[in-house]
Ligand binder design. Structure first.
Ligand SMILES: [Mg+2]
Length: 412
């Protein structure tokens, strides 16, 4: 009898763990590969604090992983969660678990010669509904590879795929373009500039009008053809958040996302009760205990999960099933890297309660091809299910060169 969380001797042995942070392509991104003695390579990813996450993976997690069974996905997940929990588990730890979890699922899928969603019990749908988040090709990518602050991305400039710029300068043209491409929804973060000016403690009527006017034009131009989601990036305190919600009522957003800071879920629940609009909560949370509190407090109409922040595919599936028990639909976050998007597609394909996948056309059609070997197929407002085994996508070998991209490799 094996002790708790100790997998049997390895049939497929992990021989090396490798990370890079390609900051010139996307600041904050960390890419990971797990090598095995059969030559199968698993691919993983997370976003934010890449050096800290890489340190956790190489300096600590590798002691468990190297020489261990690559297919023992759940055993590794729980082992790391319990060990990290002894020190107050937080964002960097969950990101490290997430990146490793993706790579282990990718290996399992390749061994079984099946896309991951089939190993999770799917498919539950033949394509995944997606919406477009209105960023731009340089959103989240600062010159010199500097990481930047969340919610402080550039508005962009005139030109193709500069959706965040176009929102304020030609909102009708933007909306008509998205409808013509088949999208059924668009997400905007039009209150960020006001938050940067005021610190989020209050919002003036002028600031409200600056942000709401483009959305009013969108609604008037395309009628019911586009859902609108509004992301506040957690910038605002309760009175300002309520004022924002009141100003948005006429444009009928599908959800308000992270208008409030997520540091007090009781206040988020209070906001939901008062605001009169659906509320999405929140990519800023980390694991099941957080989401359980959201659901128990009736703080969300939609649960938003980032699969490479909240514990990988393993934990995201569990969160999604948990939310379904409350009849709260789940939506997958993106804007943080190509494997995050693929991981979200697999969960969407496998869990009935998932309703929407975030996508950023400005990223997919500009620099994602410099990271992955095959882009997601999106048409008529839906993403095709990945077809290749595992995650269904590979990171370019050329990114993993010794001496570049903060490359680290730890071998058996
Ligand atoms: Mg968001």
């Amino acid at each position: 009898m094996l002790p708790y969380l100790t997998p049997p001797p390895a049939q497929l042995k992990i021989t090396a763990v490798e990370t890079i942070a390609p900051s010139e392509l996307m600041g904050n991104l960390l890419l990971l590969r797990i090598h095995t003695d059969a030559g199968i390579i698993g691919h993983g990813e997370t976003y934010y604090g890449p050096s800290a996450v890489a340190a956790l993976i190489h300096d600590w997690m590798c002691e468990r992983l190297l020489g261990a069974e690559a297919l023992a996905v759940e055993s590794h997940w729980r082992f790391f969660y319990e060990r990290f929990g002894n020190f107050g588990i937080g964002g960097a730890e969950m990101r490290a678990i997430s990146a490793v979890d993706l790579a282990l699922w990718d290996i399992l899928g390749q061994v079984c010669q099946q896309p991951i969603y089939r190993l999770l019990g799917g498919p539950v749908r033949d394509a995944v509904p997606v919406y477009n988040s209105c960023g731009n090709p340089s959103y989240g990518r600062r010159p010199g590879g500097k990481p930047g602050w969340p919610g402080y991305g550039s508005l962009g400039e005139p030109g193709p795929l500069n959706d965040s710029y176009q929102l304020f300068h030609d909102p009708v043209g933007l909306a008509q373009e998205l409808v013509a491409e088949g999208y059924s929804g668009m997400k905007v973060w039009c209150f960020d500039r006001a938050a940067h000016r005021s610190g989020g403690m209050r919002i003036s009527l002028d600031d409200l009008e600056e942000a709401v006017a483009p959305l009013r034009k969108v609604r008037e131009a395309v009628g019911t053809k586009l859902e609108l989601m509004v992301d506040g990036h957690g910038f605002f305190m309760l009175p300002a958040a309520l004022r924002i919600a009141d100003a948005l009522k006429d444009i009928k957003p599908l959800w308000l996302e992270d208008i409030l800071k997520m540091d007090n879920l009781e206040t988020v629940a209070d906001f939901r009760r008062q605001c009169g609009l659906p509320v999405s909560v929140s990519e800023m949370l980390l694991h099941r205990p957080h989401y359980a509190r959201v659901l128990e407090n009736r703080a969300a109409d939609y649960v938003m999960v980032d699969p490479t922040w909240a514990g990988g595919i393993s934990e995201t599936v569990r969160i999604a099933h948990l939310a379904q028990g409350y009849n709260v639909p789940v939506t997958m976050h993106d804007c943080t890297g190509p494997l995050t998007l693929f991981a979200g597609l697999h969960v969407n394909a496998a869990v009935p309660g998932c309703c929407y996948q975030e996508t950023v056309r400005a990223h997919i059609r500009s620099f994602y091809r410099e990271i992955i070997d095959e882009l997601p197929v999106i048409s008529a407002g839906h993403a095709a299910l990945p077809t290749r085994p595992g995650l269904g996508v590979r990171l370019h070998d050329s990114l993993f060169k010794s001496g570049t991209n903060n490359h680290r490799i730890t071998r058996l």
